[in-house]
Design a protein around this ligand. Sequence first.
Ligand code: KG4
Ligand code: ZN
Length: 373
Amino acid sequence: MRLLAIETSCDETGIAVVDGIKTETGFSFSIVANTLLSQATMHAEYGGVYPALAKREHLKNLPILLRECLRTIEGVDITTENSITYKNETFVFPPKPDTIEAIAVTYGPGLEPALWTGIVFAEALARAWELPLVPTNHMEGHLLSSLAQKGMLEQVDFPVLGLLISGGHTEFVVSPTWFEYNIIGETLDDAVGEAFDKVARMLEYPYPGGPHISKHAERARNEQLISSTSLPRPMLHTQNCDVSFSGLKTAALYALRGKTLSEDEKAAFAREFEEAVGDVLVAKTRKALHESMANTFVIGGGVAANTFLRARLETLLADEFPSVIMRLPELSITGDNAIMIAEAALAHLLSGRAVIATGPIEARGQLSISTGK
Ligand code: KG4
Ligand code: ZN
């Protein structure tokens, strides 16, 4: 089955076309076309994502990405276009390619103004092309695409424990079987990515700060630069799998207030911060692995690109949980993209359990991955 997916939950606009088939033990995907436009540099001057700007950019980018996506598919005609008016907006679309059978769109969680742009565009396209539209959960997209290895989402040994770490989320999710999810721990305040971005801003690294913290912390480790500040490891010894990063962020703010740090001192501080986050995530992952009795552990979301955190978690599993399979996502899919939305939607469709939209889809900024709620 060939599906076109649209992702606009934050500051990346993505459209991808993916083929999926059901295999004996799971699913096999192959990417037909993939387009992604990041607005990160535009939001940099605001130090974070500015919703009105994100909305405007998504609206501008979506038609461009659709044409670019279709252009790469053999035999698709993009020379003619038809216009359709939907919800007081006029859209101009190329004719439907014969091979595409369904459309998927992220409907949450995320920034609602950003989500709306993708939803309205997808609804108009589904009408124009007369195709079913599958509203898809962004976090399930992160989880399932991270579980897939080289396009194969097969032989998954359940229960799966997922650690989802992104700009908006930090959660431990247990999946006892396909498409069932329970959150067993989450952040009580800031998400990990948010803490990375905020501390990076204090160190005057550009937005998004996660990759900059990671790069400078690595240099500090290589050059054995140690910070004079010790940061707290919040909730390290609490009995549940919840985490909290606002105390760490505030401690960083107080430690840095009124100080001018050299580049080496900043790098050492970035290292101390990354190690504090690492200590907390390792301790809580240990708890979550015991509690969930998971056979597979996977990490997903933008922060899953962090080399240091990946290594710390790999060591934890190798040393203490050698029988648990660890699935690390390919770096190309850790950040937001439309492939992950296509894969999640295809898995549902191919299992005959996709929810097809029958009316207008509502953007759900706070949508949870939990199926128990
Ligand atoms: O999943 P994602 O692309 O968007 C959301 O759904 O939020 O995650 C973005 C977050 C940002 O906070 C960014 O700073 C962080 O992921 N990030 C990193 C790294 N690469 C991206 N954080 C730490 N280390 C990295 N290498
Ligand atoms: Zn995300």
